[in-house]
Design a protein around this ligand. Sequence first.
Ligand code: NAP
Length: 502
Amino acid sequence: MADSIRALVEGTEAGTRPLSVAILGAGAAGLCMAIKLQKAGIGDFTIFEKAASVGGTWRDNTYPGSGCDVPSLLYSYSFEPKADWSRKFAPQPEIVDYFEGVARKYELLPRIRFNTEIAEAHFDEAEGLWRLRSASGEEFTANVLISGVGQLNRPAYPNIEGLSDFKGVAFHSARWDHSVDLAGKRVGVVGNGASAIQFVPEIAPRVGHLTIFQRTPNWCVPKPDRPFREWEKRLYAVVPALARLQRWWTYLTLERNYLAFVQGSFFGKLFERAATKEMEAHISDPELRAKLTPDYPAGCKRILLTNDWYPALARPNVSVETSHIAKVTENAVETEDGVAHPVDVLIYATGFESTDFLAPMKVTGRGNADLNTVWARGAEAHRGVAVAGFPNFFMLYGPNTNLGHNSIIFMIECQANYIAQCVEALANSRLRYLDVKPEAMESFNRELQQDMQKTVWAAGCSSWYKTADGKVTNNWSSFTARYWWELRHPDFAEYALVGGPA
Ligand code: NAP
Protein backbone atom coordinates (compact mmCIF):
# COMPACT_ATOMS: atom_id res chain seq x y z
CA MET A 1 0.00 0.00 0.00
CA ALA A 2 1.37 3.44 -0.92
CA ASP A 3 2.33 5.75 1.96
CA SER A 4 -0.39 8.26 1.13
CA ILE A 5 -3.03 5.53 1.31
CA ARG A 6 -1.60 4.13 4.52
CA ALA A 7 -1.71 7.62 6.07
CA LEU A 8 -5.27 8.08 4.90
CA VAL A 9 -6.41 4.73 6.19
CA GLU A 10 -4.70 5.34 9.51
CA GLY A 11 -6.44 8.69 9.76
CA THR A 12 -9.88 7.22 9.25
CA GLU A 13 -11.70 4.25 10.64
CA ALA A 14 -9.81 1.24 9.36
CA GLY A 15 -11.23 -1.83 7.70
CA THR A 16 -11.59 -3.38 4.34
CA ARG A 17 -14.79 -3.70 2.43
CA PRO A 18 -15.99 -5.16 -0.80
CA LEU A 19 -16.00 -2.47 -3.40
CA SER A 20 -17.49 -2.58 -6.85
CA VAL A 21 -16.17 -0.54 -9.73
CA ALA A 22 -17.83 0.30 -13.05
CA ILE A 23 -15.54 1.26 -15.92
CA LEU A 24 -17.08 2.84 -19.00
CA GLY A 25 -15.42 1.89 -22.28
CA ALA A 26 -13.10 -0.93 -23.34
CA GLY A 27 -10.65 1.24 -25.26
CA ALA A 28 -7.03 1.99 -24.40
CA ALA A 29 -8.10 3.78 -21.20
CA GLY A 30 -10.70 1.34 -19.86
CA LEU A 31 -8.47 -1.69 -20.39
CA CYS A 32 -5.52 0.00 -18.71
CA MET A 33 -7.71 0.93 -15.74
CA ALA A 34 -8.97 -2.63 -15.35
CA ILE A 35 -5.42 -3.99 -15.30
CA LYS A 36 -4.31 -1.42 -12.72
CA LEU A 37 -7.27 -2.40 -10.52
CA GLN A 38 -6.36 -6.08 -10.87
CA LYS A 39 -2.81 -5.23 -9.81
CA ALA A 40 -4.15 -3.31 -6.80
CA GLY A 41 -6.19 -6.34 -5.77
CA ILE A 42 -9.56 -4.76 -6.61
CA GLY A 43 -11.27 -7.67 -8.29
CA ASP A 44 -14.89 -6.56 -8.47
CA PHE A 45 -15.02 -4.46 -11.60
CA THR A 46 -17.13 -4.49 -14.73
CA ILE A 47 -16.31 -2.77 -18.00
CA PHE A 48 -19.36 -1.49 -19.84
CA GLU A 49 -18.74 -1.22 -23.57
CA LYS A 50 -21.28 0.15 -26.02
CA ALA A 51 -19.88 -1.82 -28.98
CA ALA A 52 -19.27 -5.51 -29.53
CA SER A 53 -15.48 -5.50 -29.24
CA VAL A 54 -12.56 -3.70 -27.59
CA GLY A 55 -10.29 -0.97 -28.95
CA GLY A 56 -12.37 2.22 -28.66
CA THR A 57 -11.54 4.86 -31.24
CA TRP A 58 -9.06 2.47 -32.89
CA ARG A 59 -11.84 -0.08 -33.40
CA ASP A 60 -14.10 2.63 -34.88
CA ASN A 61 -11.67 4.37 -37.24
CA THR A 62 -11.31 1.77 -39.96
CA TYR A 63 -10.97 4.23 -42.84
CA PRO A 64 -8.32 3.41 -45.50
CA GLY A 65 -4.87 4.39 -44.29
CA SER A 66 -5.93 4.71 -40.64
CA GLY A 67 -2.91 4.61 -38.38
CA CYS A 68 -1.09 6.23 -35.54
CA ASP A 69 0.97 9.40 -35.72
CA VAL A 70 2.79 8.53 -32.49
CA PRO A 71 5.80 6.23 -33.00
CA SER A 72 4.70 2.64 -32.49
CA LEU A 73 7.45 1.74 -30.01
CA LEU A 74 5.83 4.22 -27.61
CA TYR A 75 2.28 3.23 -28.45
CA SER A 76 1.80 0.42 -25.96
CA TYR A 77 1.39 0.23 -22.19
CA SER A 78 4.70 0.45 -20.34
CA PHE A 79 3.80 -2.76 -18.49
CA GLU A 80 2.95 -4.54 -21.76
CA PRO A 81 5.44 -3.19 -24.28
CA LYS A 82 5.20 -4.34 -27.86
CA ALA A 83 8.38 -4.35 -29.88
CA ASP A 84 7.35 -6.32 -32.96
CA TRP A 85 5.34 -3.62 -34.74
CA SER A 86 5.50 -3.89 -38.51
CA ARG A 87 6.23 -0.18 -38.99
CA LYS A 88 7.67 2.83 -37.19
CA PHE A 89 4.10 4.19 -37.13
CA ALA A 90 1.58 1.43 -36.65
CA PRO A 91 -1.44 0.92 -38.89
CA GLN A 92 -4.87 0.73 -37.22
CA PRO A 93 -5.47 -3.05 -37.54
CA GLU A 94 -2.24 -3.77 -35.68
CA ILE A 95 -3.20 -1.39 -32.86
CA VAL A 96 -6.61 -3.04 -32.48
CA ASP A 97 -4.86 -6.45 -32.44
CA TYR A 98 -2.61 -5.19 -29.66
CA PHE A 99 -5.54 -4.11 -27.46
CA GLU A 100 -7.43 -7.34 -28.19
CA GLY A 101 -4.31 -9.31 -27.22
CA VAL A 102 -3.98 -7.35 -23.97
CA ALA A 103 -7.66 -7.93 -23.12
CA ARG A 104 -7.18 -11.68 -23.68
CA LYS A 105 -3.89 -11.91 -21.81
CA TYR A 106 -5.28 -10.17 -18.70
CA GLU A 107 -8.51 -12.21 -18.93
CA LEU A 108 -10.59 -9.07 -19.22
CA LEU A 109 -13.08 -10.30 -21.83
CA PRO A 110 -15.36 -12.04 -19.27
CA ARG A 111 -15.38 -8.77 -17.30
CA ILE A 112 -16.71 -6.72 -20.21
CA ARG A 113 -20.45 -6.25 -20.81
CA PHE A 114 -20.43 -5.64 -24.55
CA ASN A 115 -23.25 -3.87 -26.37
CA THR A 116 -24.12 -2.01 -23.17
CA GLU A 117 -24.09 1.75 -23.40
CA ILE A 118 -24.52 3.52 -20.09
CA ALA A 119 -26.90 6.43 -20.65
CA GLU A 120 -27.34 7.69 -17.09
CA ALA A 121 -25.31 7.61 -13.90
CA HIS A 122 -26.64 9.01 -10.65
CA PHE A 123 -24.77 9.20 -7.34
CA ASP A 124 -26.83 7.99 -4.40
CA GLU A 125 -25.16 9.92 -1.58
CA ALA A 126 -26.82 8.05 1.28
CA GLU A 127 -25.65 4.69 -0.01
CA GLY A 128 -22.38 5.87 -1.52
CA LEU A 129 -23.38 4.16 -4.74
CA TRP A 130 -23.47 5.05 -8.39
CA ARG A 131 -26.74 3.93 -9.95
CA LEU A 132 -26.34 3.29 -13.65
CA ARG A 133 -28.92 2.84 -16.36
CA SER A 134 -28.09 1.55 -19.81
CA ALA A 135 -29.58 2.85 -23.04
CA SER A 136 -31.80 -0.23 -23.11
CA GLY A 137 -33.02 0.35 -19.54
CA GLU A 138 -30.91 -2.16 -17.59
CA GLU A 139 -29.85 -1.01 -14.12
CA PHE A 140 -26.55 -1.53 -12.33
CA THR A 141 -24.83 -0.20 -9.21
CA ALA A 142 -21.18 0.41 -8.35
CA ASN A 143 -19.32 2.16 -5.53
CA VAL A 144 -16.93 3.75 -7.95
CA LEU A 145 -17.55 4.99 -11.48
CA ILE A 146 -14.63 5.44 -13.87
CA SER A 147 -15.08 6.86 -17.33
CA GLY A 148 -12.75 5.64 -20.05
CA VAL A 149 -14.80 7.00 -22.93
CA GLY A 150 -12.12 9.49 -23.92
CA GLN A 151 -12.35 12.55 -26.12
CA LEU A 152 -12.70 11.05 -29.61
CA ASN A 153 -15.61 8.66 -29.35
CA ARG A 154 -18.51 10.54 -30.96
CA PRO A 155 -18.21 11.70 -34.57
CA ALA A 156 -19.04 15.37 -35.17
CA TYR A 157 -21.28 15.88 -38.19
CA PRO A 158 -21.21 19.24 -39.93
CA ASN A 159 -24.24 21.46 -39.64
CA ILE A 160 -24.68 22.34 -43.30
CA GLU A 161 -27.91 23.40 -44.98
CA GLY A 162 -29.42 20.73 -47.22
CA LEU A 163 -27.44 17.71 -45.97
CA SER A 164 -30.63 15.68 -45.67
CA ASP A 165 -31.49 16.47 -49.33
CA PHE A 166 -28.32 14.76 -50.59
CA LYS A 167 -29.29 11.71 -52.68
CA GLY A 168 -25.80 10.23 -52.93
CA VAL A 169 -23.95 8.23 -50.26
CA ALA A 170 -22.68 10.07 -47.20
CA PHE A 171 -20.75 8.81 -44.20
CA HIS A 172 -18.32 9.97 -41.50
CA SER A 173 -14.66 8.94 -41.63
CA ALA A 174 -15.02 7.34 -38.18
CA ARG A 175 -17.94 5.25 -39.50
CA TRP A 176 -16.43 4.35 -42.86
CA ASP A 177 -18.85 2.53 -45.14
CA HIS A 178 -16.69 -0.18 -46.67
CA SER A 179 -19.57 -1.39 -48.83
CA VAL A 180 -19.30 1.74 -50.99
CA ASP A 181 -17.19 1.26 -54.08
CA LEU A 182 -15.45 4.58 -54.68
CA ALA A 183 -13.92 3.58 -58.02
CA GLY A 184 -14.57 6.24 -60.62
CA LYS A 185 -16.89 8.22 -58.31
CA ARG A 186 -16.97 11.95 -57.71
CA VAL A 187 -16.11 12.22 -54.04
CA GLY A 188 -16.37 15.25 -51.79
CA VAL A 189 -14.41 15.31 -48.52
CA VAL A 190 -15.45 17.83 -45.88
CA GLY A 191 -12.44 18.61 -43.70
CA ASN A 192 -8.67 18.17 -43.97
CA GLY A 193 -7.56 17.16 -40.47
CA ALA A 194 -5.61 14.14 -39.14
CA SER A 195 -8.18 11.67 -40.50
CA ALA A 196 -8.56 13.21 -43.98
CA ILE A 197 -4.81 13.39 -44.55
CA GLN A 198 -4.62 9.64 -43.97
CA PHE A 199 -7.48 8.42 -46.17
CA VAL A 200 -7.35 10.96 -49.03
CA PRO A 201 -4.02 9.64 -50.40
CA GLU A 202 -5.43 6.08 -50.19
CA ILE A 203 -8.61 6.74 -52.14
CA ALA A 204 -7.42 9.46 -54.54
CA PRO A 205 -5.89 7.03 -57.11
CA ARG A 206 -9.16 5.11 -57.51
CA VAL A 207 -11.85 7.81 -57.45
CA GLY A 208 -12.96 9.72 -60.53
CA HIS A 209 -12.56 13.14 -58.98
CA LEU A 210 -11.98 14.16 -55.39
CA THR A 211 -12.81 17.61 -54.02
CA ILE A 212 -11.54 18.55 -50.60
CA PHE A 213 -13.61 21.25 -48.95
CA GLN A 214 -11.03 22.96 -46.80
CA ARG A 215 -11.92 25.60 -44.23
CA THR A 216 -8.48 26.05 -42.70
CA PRO A 217 -5.11 24.71 -43.90
CA ASN A 218 -2.88 22.69 -41.58
CA TRP A 219 0.82 22.52 -40.89
CA CYS A 220 1.96 19.14 -42.28
CA VAL A 221 5.44 17.77 -41.65
CA PRO A 222 7.07 14.59 -43.03
CA LYS A 223 6.38 11.37 -41.13
CA PRO A 224 9.58 9.41 -40.46
CA ASP A 225 7.81 6.15 -41.23
CA ARG A 226 9.11 2.89 -42.71
CA PRO A 227 8.67 -0.83 -42.10
CA PHE A 228 10.86 -2.28 -39.35
CA ARG A 229 13.50 -4.50 -40.85
CA GLU A 230 13.44 -8.17 -39.90
CA TRP A 231 16.81 -7.89 -38.16
CA GLU A 232 15.51 -4.96 -36.07
CA LYS A 233 12.53 -7.00 -34.91
CA ARG A 234 14.75 -9.97 -34.14
CA LEU A 235 17.14 -7.76 -32.20
CA TYR A 236 14.31 -6.27 -30.12
CA ALA A 237 13.02 -9.80 -29.44
CA VAL A 238 16.40 -11.08 -28.32
CA VAL A 239 17.42 -7.94 -26.40
CA PRO A 240 14.18 -6.44 -25.04
CA ALA A 241 16.26 -3.83 -23.20
CA LEU A 242 17.06 -2.28 -26.57
CA ALA A 243 13.39 -1.81 -27.35
CA ARG A 244 12.95 -0.26 -23.90
CA LEU A 245 15.84 2.08 -24.56
CA GLN A 246 14.37 3.05 -27.91
CA ARG A 247 11.01 3.63 -26.21
CA TRP A 248 12.60 5.96 -23.68
CA TRP A 249 14.53 7.78 -26.35
CA THR A 250 11.33 8.27 -28.37
CA TYR A 251 9.52 9.52 -25.27
CA LEU A 252 12.25 12.05 -24.49
CA THR A 253 12.42 13.26 -28.09
CA LEU A 254 8.67 13.81 -28.19
CA GLU A 255 8.73 15.40 -24.74
CA ARG A 256 11.24 17.96 -26.03
CA ASN A 257 8.75 18.77 -28.78
CA TYR A 258 6.50 20.36 -26.16
CA LEU A 259 8.77 23.40 -26.52
CA ALA A 260 7.36 23.88 -30.03
CA PHE A 261 3.97 24.54 -28.47
CA VAL A 262 5.10 27.54 -26.48
CA GLN A 263 4.05 30.70 -28.29
CA GLY A 264 6.81 32.28 -30.34
CA SER A 265 9.24 29.42 -29.74
CA PHE A 266 12.17 28.64 -31.99
CA PHE A 267 11.10 24.96 -32.16
CA GLY A 268 7.68 26.01 -33.45
CA LYS A 269 9.39 27.92 -36.25
CA LEU A 270 11.38 24.78 -37.12
CA PHE A 271 8.12 22.87 -37.60
CA GLU A 272 6.80 25.67 -39.80
CA ARG A 273 9.96 25.66 -41.88
CA ALA A 274 9.87 21.85 -42.29
CA ALA A 275 6.19 22.00 -43.26
CA THR A 276 6.72 24.77 -45.81
CA LYS A 277 9.66 22.91 -47.35
CA GLU A 278 7.58 19.73 -47.61
CA MET A 279 4.71 21.57 -49.28
CA GLU A 280 6.98 23.36 -51.73
CA ALA A 281 8.64 20.06 -52.65
CA HIS A 282 5.33 18.65 -53.88
CA ILE A 283 3.13 21.58 -54.82
CA SER A 284 4.33 23.79 -57.65
CA ASP A 285 1.11 25.72 -58.30
CA PRO A 286 1.47 29.07 -56.45
CA GLU A 287 -2.29 29.40 -56.05
CA LEU A 288 -2.54 25.98 -54.39
CA ARG A 289 0.50 26.76 -52.21
CA ALA A 290 -1.24 29.89 -50.99
CA LYS A 291 -4.39 27.92 -50.17
CA LEU A 292 -2.37 25.39 -48.20
CA THR A 293 -0.36 27.86 -46.12
CA PRO A 294 -1.71 28.38 -42.60
CA ASP A 295 -1.88 31.87 -41.08
CA TYR A 296 -1.63 30.69 -37.46
CA PRO A 297 1.34 29.30 -35.51
CA ALA A 298 2.22 25.63 -35.93
CA GLY A 299 0.67 23.49 -33.21
CA CYS A 300 -2.37 25.70 -32.58
CA LYS A 301 -4.21 22.94 -34.45
CA ARG A 302 -2.69 19.46 -34.42
CA ILE A 303 0.55 19.29 -36.47
CA LEU A 304 -0.05 16.59 -39.07
CA LEU A 305 2.52 13.94 -39.95
CA THR A 306 2.28 12.73 -43.53
CA ASN A 307 4.35 11.85 -46.56
CA ASP A 308 1.55 11.41 -49.07
CA TRP A 309 -0.91 14.25 -48.45
CA TYR A 310 0.75 16.86 -50.67
CA PRO A 311 1.49 14.36 -53.48
CA ALA A 312 -2.22 13.43 -53.37
CA LEU A 313 -3.26 17.09 -53.58
CA ALA A 314 -0.99 17.53 -56.61
CA ARG A 315 -2.87 14.82 -58.53
CA PRO A 316 -4.86 16.02 -61.56
CA ASN A 317 -8.07 14.39 -60.22
CA VAL A 318 -7.88 16.16 -56.83
CA SER A 319 -8.91 19.73 -56.14
CA VAL A 320 -8.90 21.82 -53.00
CA GLU A 321 -11.87 24.12 -52.61
CA THR A 322 -11.48 26.94 -50.12
CA SER A 323 -14.68 28.83 -50.71
CA HIS A 324 -16.83 27.76 -47.76
CA ILE A 325 -19.69 25.34 -48.22
CA ALA A 326 -22.98 27.22 -48.58
CA LYS A 327 -25.29 24.23 -48.90
CA VAL A 328 -25.65 20.70 -50.11
CA THR A 329 -28.18 19.84 -52.81
CA GLU A 330 -29.41 16.48 -54.13
CA ASN A 331 -26.21 15.85 -56.06
CA ALA A 332 -23.72 18.62 -55.35
CA VAL A 333 -21.97 20.76 -52.80
CA GLU A 334 -22.48 24.45 -53.42
CA THR A 335 -19.82 26.81 -52.22
CA GLU A 336 -20.25 30.46 -51.25
CA ASP A 337 -18.73 31.61 -54.54
CA GLY A 338 -21.83 30.18 -56.24
CA VAL A 339 -20.11 27.13 -57.78
CA ALA A 340 -21.85 23.75 -57.61
CA HIS A 341 -19.46 20.80 -57.21
CA PRO A 342 -21.22 17.60 -58.33
CA VAL A 343 -20.52 14.66 -55.98
CA ASP A 344 -21.71 11.06 -55.76
CA VAL A 345 -20.21 10.41 -52.33
CA LEU A 346 -19.73 12.82 -49.46
CA ILE A 347 -17.30 11.94 -46.69
CA TYR A 348 -17.37 13.91 -43.46
CA ALA A 349 -13.84 14.08 -42.10
CA THR A 350 -15.11 16.54 -39.54
CA GLY A 351 -13.67 15.06 -36.37
CA PHE A 352 -15.31 14.44 -33.03
CA GLU A 353 -17.54 16.04 -30.41
CA SER A 354 -14.39 16.46 -28.36
CA THR A 355 -15.33 19.27 -25.97
CA ASP A 356 -18.55 17.58 -24.84
CA PHE A 357 -16.60 14.83 -23.07
CA LEU A 358 -19.20 12.56 -21.42
CA ALA A 359 -22.28 13.98 -23.16
CA PRO A 360 -24.86 12.78 -24.08
CA MET A 361 -24.55 10.56 -21.00
CA LYS A 362 -26.40 12.15 -18.10
CA VAL A 363 -24.22 12.13 -14.99
CA THR A 364 -25.67 13.52 -11.77
CA GLY A 365 -23.70 13.92 -8.59
CA ARG A 366 -24.40 15.24 -5.09
CA GLY A 367 -27.54 17.32 -4.79
CA ASN A 368 -28.59 16.08 -8.23
CA ALA A 369 -26.01 18.36 -9.91
CA ASP A 370 -25.86 17.59 -13.61
CA LEU A 371 -22.32 17.27 -14.99
CA ASN A 372 -23.22 18.71 -18.38
CA THR A 373 -24.74 21.76 -16.67
CA VAL A 374 -21.71 22.15 -14.39
CA TRP A 375 -19.59 22.06 -17.55
CA ALA A 376 -21.83 24.39 -19.57
CA ARG A 377 -19.00 26.96 -19.82
CA GLY A 378 -16.36 24.38 -20.63
CA ALA A 379 -15.38 21.10 -18.99
CA GLU A 380 -12.84 21.09 -16.20
CA ALA A 381 -11.63 18.60 -13.67
CA HIS A 382 -9.12 18.21 -10.88
CA ARG A 383 -5.91 16.94 -12.47
CA GLY A 384 -8.10 15.81 -15.37
CA VAL A 385 -9.58 12.97 -13.30
CA ALA A 386 -12.10 14.15 -10.68
CA VAL A 387 -14.88 16.72 -10.43
CA ALA A 388 -16.06 18.40 -7.21
CA GLY A 389 -19.58 17.30 -6.32
CA PHE A 390 -19.23 13.99 -8.18
CA PRO A 391 -17.85 11.66 -5.51
CA ASN A 392 -16.15 8.38 -6.32
CA PHE A 393 -16.22 9.39 -9.98
CA PHE A 394 -13.01 9.46 -11.99
CA MET A 395 -12.08 10.00 -15.61
CA LEU A 396 -9.34 8.79 -17.90
CA TYR A 397 -8.37 11.07 -20.81
CA GLY A 398 -10.65 13.67 -19.25
CA PRO A 399 -10.55 17.48 -19.53
CA ASN A 400 -7.13 19.02 -20.18
CA THR A 401 -5.26 15.77 -20.59
CA ASN A 402 -4.91 15.60 -24.36
CA LEU A 403 -1.50 16.22 -25.94
CA GLY A 404 -0.08 17.69 -29.10
CA HIS A 405 3.40 16.29 -28.59
CA ASN A 406 3.52 12.89 -26.93
CA SER A 407 1.69 9.59 -26.41
CA ILE A 408 -1.73 9.69 -24.79
CA ILE A 409 -1.07 6.19 -23.45
CA PHE A 410 1.48 7.74 -21.10
CA MET A 411 -1.16 10.12 -19.75
CA ILE A 412 -3.71 7.32 -19.40
CA GLU A 413 -1.25 5.28 -17.36
CA CYS A 414 -0.62 8.24 -15.03
CA GLN A 415 -4.37 8.60 -14.53
CA ALA A 416 -5.00 4.88 -14.05
CA ASN A 417 -2.24 4.71 -11.40
CA TYR A 418 -3.71 7.69 -9.57
CA ILE A 419 -7.29 6.42 -9.73
CA ALA A 420 -6.27 2.91 -8.65
CA GLN A 421 -4.73 4.44 -5.52
CA CYS A 422 -7.97 6.33 -4.80
CA VAL A 423 -9.98 3.13 -5.21
CA GLU A 424 -7.50 1.26 -3.01
CA ALA A 425 -7.95 3.92 -0.34
CA LEU A 426 -11.71 3.49 -0.46
CA ALA A 427 -11.36 -0.27 -0.27
CA ASN A 428 -9.04 -0.09 2.72
CA SER A 429 -11.04 2.37 4.77
CA ARG A 430 -14.57 2.85 5.93
CA LEU A 431 -14.91 5.88 3.69
CA ARG A 432 -18.20 6.11 1.87
CA TYR A 433 -16.75 8.42 -0.67
CA LEU A 434 -13.97 10.75 -1.79
CA ASP A 435 -15.05 14.07 -3.24
CA VAL A 436 -12.45 16.50 -4.51
CA LYS A 437 -12.69 19.87 -2.74
CA PRO A 438 -13.95 22.69 -4.99
CA GLU A 439 -11.08 24.95 -3.89
CA ALA A 440 -8.47 22.32 -4.83
CA MET A 441 -10.03 21.87 -8.25
CA GLU A 442 -10.34 25.61 -8.77
CA SER A 443 -6.75 26.30 -7.83
CA PHE A 444 -5.51 23.51 -10.13
CA ASN A 445 -7.52 24.87 -13.06
CA ARG A 446 -6.54 28.49 -12.43
CA GLU A 447 -2.88 27.58 -12.66
CA LEU A 448 -3.47 25.34 -15.67
CA GLN A 449 -5.30 28.04 -17.62
CA GLN A 450 -2.57 30.58 -16.71
CA ASP A 451 0.04 28.18 -18.11
CA MET A 452 -2.16 27.63 -21.15
CA GLN A 453 -1.89 31.28 -22.12
CA LYS A 454 1.79 30.71 -22.93
CA THR A 455 0.97 27.95 -25.40
CA VAL A 456 0.00 28.05 -29.06
CA TRP A 457 -3.31 26.39 -28.20
CA ALA A 458 -4.44 29.71 -26.75
CA ALA A 459 -3.41 31.49 -29.97
CA GLY A 460 -6.03 32.66 -32.42
CA CYS A 461 -7.13 29.54 -34.24
CA SER A 462 -10.13 27.31 -33.74
CA SER A 463 -9.51 23.65 -32.97
CA TRP A 464 -11.08 20.64 -31.34
CA TYR A 465 -8.97 21.48 -28.28
CA LYS A 466 -11.22 24.38 -27.30
CA THR A 467 -14.83 25.42 -26.93
CA ALA A 468 -16.55 27.90 -29.22
CA ASP A 469 -15.79 30.53 -26.53
CA GLY A 470 -12.07 29.83 -26.84
CA LYS A 471 -11.49 28.02 -23.53
CA VAL A 472 -8.93 25.25 -24.01
CA THR A 473 -10.70 22.31 -22.35
CA ASN A 474 -8.87 19.42 -23.94
CA ASN A 475 -5.12 19.91 -23.74
CA TRP A 476 -2.63 19.53 -20.94
CA SER A 477 -0.63 22.75 -20.69
CA SER A 478 2.86 21.45 -19.98
CA PHE A 479 5.31 18.58 -20.22
CA THR A 480 3.92 15.09 -19.63
CA ALA A 481 6.66 14.54 -17.04
CA ARG A 482 5.05 17.27 -14.96
CA TYR A 483 1.70 15.51 -15.23
CA TRP A 484 3.31 12.24 -14.12
CA TRP A 485 4.90 14.01 -11.16
CA GLU A 486 1.63 15.62 -10.09
CA LEU A 487 -0.34 12.39 -10.36
CA ARG A 488 2.11 9.87 -8.96
CA HIS A 489 0.18 9.82 -5.64
CA PRO A 490 -3.19 11.34 -4.79
CA ASP A 491 -2.96 14.07 -2.16
CA PHE A 492 -5.94 13.16 -0.03
CA ALA A 493 -5.88 16.59 1.60
CA GLU A 494 -7.39 17.74 -1.70
CA TYR A 495 -10.42 15.53 -1.11
CA ALA A 496 -13.35 15.60 1.29
CA LEU A 497 -13.26 12.19 2.93
CA VAL A 498 -16.75 11.20 3.84
CA GLY A 499 -17.19 8.24 6.18
CA GLY A 500 -20.13 6.28 7.42
CA PRO A 501 -21.68 3.04 6.31
CA ALA A 502 -21.72 2.24 2.67
P1 NAP B 1 -10.24 17.31 -36.84
O1 NAP B 1 -8.79 17.37 -36.66
O2 NAP B 1 -11.11 17.92 -35.81
O3 NAP B 1 -10.55 17.89 -38.27
C1 NAP B 1 -11.84 18.16 -38.67
C2 NAP B 1 -11.79 18.83 -40.02
O4 NAP B 1 -13.11 19.08 -40.46
C3 NAP B 1 -11.10 20.19 -39.98
O5 NAP B 1 -10.38 20.34 -41.16
C4 NAP B 1 -12.27 21.16 -39.88
O6 NAP B 1 -11.98 22.43 -40.38
C5 NAP B 1 -13.25 20.46 -40.77
N1 NAP B 1 -14.63 20.83 -40.52
C6 NAP B 1 -15.35 20.63 -39.40
N2 NAP B 1 -16.61 21.08 -39.59
C7 NAP B 1 -16.65 21.59 -40.85
C8 NAP B 1 -17.66 22.20 -41.62
N3 NAP B 1 -18.87 22.41 -41.11
N4 NAP B 1 -17.35 22.60 -42.87
C9 NAP B 1 -16.12 22.41 -43.38
N5 NAP B 1 -15.13 21.83 -42.69
C10 NAP B 1 -15.40 21.41 -41.44
O7 NAP B 1 -10.74 15.77 -36.95
P2 NAP B 1 -9.93 14.49 -37.38
O8 NAP B 1 -9.18 14.72 -38.62
O9 NAP B 1 -10.89 13.35 -37.35
O10 NAP B 1 -8.89 14.33 -36.22
C11 NAP B 1 -9.30 14.47 -34.86
C12 NAP B 1 -8.24 13.97 -33.95
O11 NAP B 1 -8.28 12.56 -33.97
C13 NAP B 1 -6.82 14.29 -34.32
O12 NAP B 1 -6.39 15.58 -34.02
C14 NAP B 1 -6.06 13.25 -33.58
O13 NAP B 1 -5.90 13.58 -32.23
C15 NAP B 1 -7.00 12.07 -33.72
N6 NAP B 1 -6.54 11.31 -34.86
C16 NAP B 1 -5.33 10.75 -34.71
C17 NAP B 1 -4.80 10.07 -35.75
C18 NAP B 1 -3.48 9.49 -35.54
O14 NAP B 1 -2.74 9.37 -36.46
N7 NAP B 1 -3.11 9.14 -34.29
C19 NAP B 1 -5.47 9.95 -36.94
C20 NAP B 1 -6.72 10.52 -37.07
C21 NAP B 1 -7.24 11.21 -36.01
P3 NAP B 1 -11.38 23.58 -39.42
O15 NAP B 1 -9.95 23.22 -39.22
O16 NAP B 1 -11.58 24.83 -40.17
O17 NAP B 1 -12.18 23.53 -38.16
